[in-house]
Structures are given as structure tokens and as C-alpha cells.
Write a protein that binds this ligand. Structure first.
Ligand code: FE
Length: 211
């Protein structure tokens, strides 16, 4: 995870799923897991390995490394924009739900934001699992109709002459936003740059702030 946390309070927090529902869901998962193990359909070490991958190997820290590399290396950025799946794999990130990646670049003229209007498609290898607000009906429906309003609610106010592009993810294509590199970061190393890139900026609902 990024050590910086510039996330604003989120207007799309899914308040419908409360503590009790989370608990019920966890109990259901436990029962299913026990059954699968008992029937010999899965092995405990395979399950542990999977859980370990989602907890430790996948997450926005991967996407942040991709963005930081693109910021410091123009050739890499070119490859990333041409074939994101391969360019991301160069850094060692690939696999499930990241087979067909497309990178879109934010500039002073264009701001990109990503949604899955149908469900919750999301680039797991570079961003991990989607936040609950990304899956909420409110976000999914509103961002395509009033993207500027939604961005404002995330604290991102764009000038009128900035074009907003909304990308609808699907089972086939997952998007990664390359946010703008903030001013005043000329002297930061690639690692330091990766530290300031957070999840929301790679979904496109926020910008990256200078440290
Ligand atoms: Fe989806």
C-alpha cells in the first residue's frame, strides 16, 4: 500500500452492506471453505497461497510502480500506451483479470476515469481487489451520466475545457489510468514517485498530489 493517504471521504461508500451482513458473508465463506476441504476439492495450502497472493502480492502498489516507471521513462510510457498488457508484464505483473489491459493517460487536456457499469470488472494484478464504492450502483450509474459531478464529489474539480473520458471496463478489457505527474516532483526517485501514487488516482477519480 502507498504510505501516503490522500483519499478524501468517499461519497460512494456502500453503506448498505453493514457489519451484520459482512459477518454473515464471512460465516458462509467459512462453511463453503470447510466443505470444499472436506470433500477434497481444494487443498488447504492452495487456498492459503491464494489468500496470500491477494493480501500481499496484488494491490495498488503494483499499479503505482507502473505509473512511476511511465513518468520517468518515455520509452516505457510509449510501450504502456501501445500495449499495456505486455508493458505491465515487463514489471512482473500479470494474470487473472489483467489479461487485456489498456492504459489511458491523463493530461492537462484530458481526464480519464474508469468504471464497470455492469458489475465490478477491475484490473486485479495492478490494483488488487476493487473497493466497495467501485462496485456500488450509485457510482456505476452516475459516473457515466455526470462524470464531472462524481469527480467533484471525490474532491476533483476540473476546468470546463478539460475533456472527461469515461471508460467502461468489461470481462475483456481492464483499464489503468496514468495520472498526471504532479509539479514539484522533478527530484523524486522512481521509488519515491511510486509512493505518492494511490489507488483512486489510477481509477481516475482523483489526481496525484505532490508530497
Ligand atoms: Fe464488471
Amino acid at each position: 500500500m502507498s504510505t501516503h493517504n490522500h483519499d478524501t471521504p468517499n461519497p460512494y461508500h456502500d453503506s448498505h452492506r453493514d457489519e451484520a451482513q459482512n459477518k454473515a458473508l464471512a460465516e458462509r465463506v467459512d462453511k463453503i471453505e470447510a466443505l470444499l476441504l472436506e470433500k477434497g476439492l481444494v487443498a488447504q495450502d492452495a487456498l492459503d497461497k491464494l489468500a496470500d497472493i491477494y493480501e500481499n502480492d496484488l494491490g495498488p502498489m503494483n499499479g503505482a510502480k507502473v505509473v512511476a516507471r511511465a513518468w520517468v521513462d518515455d520509452e516505457y510510457k510509449k510501450r504502456l500506451l501501445e500495449d499495456a498488457t505486455s508493458a505491465i508484464a515487463e514489471l512482473g505483473f500479470s494474470g487473472l483479470q489483467g489479461e487485456h489491459m489498456v492504459a489511458v493517460e491523463n493530461t492537462p487536456e484530458v481526464h480519464n476515469v474508469v468504471v464497470c457499469t455492469l458489475c465490478s470488472c477491475y484490473p486485479w494484478p495492478v490494483l488488487g481487489l476493487p473497493p466497495s464504492w467501485y462496485k456500488s450502483f450509485a457510482y456505476r450509474s452516475k459516473v457515466v451520466i455526470e462524470p464531472r459531478e462524481v469527480l467533484k464529489e471525490f474532491g476533483t474539480t476540473l476546468p470546463d475545457d478539460v475533456e472527461v473520458r469515461v471508460w467502461d471496463s468489461s470481462a475483456e478489457i481492464r483499464y489503468l489510468v496514468i495520472p498526471e505527474r504532479p509539479e514539484g516532483t522533478e527530484n523524486l526517485s522512481e521509488t519515491e514517485l511510486a509512493d505518492i501514487v494511490n489507488r483512486d488516482s489510477m481509477i481516475g477519480v482523483t489526481k496525484v498530489a505532490a508530497p
